[in-house]
Design a protein around this ligand. Structure first.
Ligand SMILES: [Zn+2]
Length: 91
């Protein structure tokens, strides 16, 4: 009986560990990052005004990679994404 309980506890531990980081939608999207040391954001639009001001190299990476490097989405790009979404409620 004790062995059975231990088996269940181990199973729970393994399951909770493996579901640590679920993949998010858009992880494979290509985003743009400025390699300047001060840049902390990534961009979803290549012609974003902020990325044009980048004095260093601009790299194309996956969104997953950008997040792994603790980049956050640029507010300009985020707002632009939202504006591009169809607004059915206005019709
Ligand atoms: Zn941007």
């Amino acid at each position: 009986m004790l062995k059975y309980i231990i088996f269940i506890l181990i199973s729970i531990a393994v399951i909770s560990c493996s579901s640590d980081e679920p993949p998010l939608p858009g992880d494979n999207d290509i985003v743009y990052v400025c390699t300047s040391g001060t840049a902390k954001t990534y961009h979803t639009f290549r012609d974003c005004g902020s990325i044009k001001q980048c004095s260093a190299e601009v790299l194309e990476v996956s969104r997953k990679k950008a997040r792994e490097n603790e980049r956050i989405i640029c507010m300009n790009c985020k707002n632009r994404e939202n504006n591009n979404k169809p607004k059915d409620t206005l019709k």
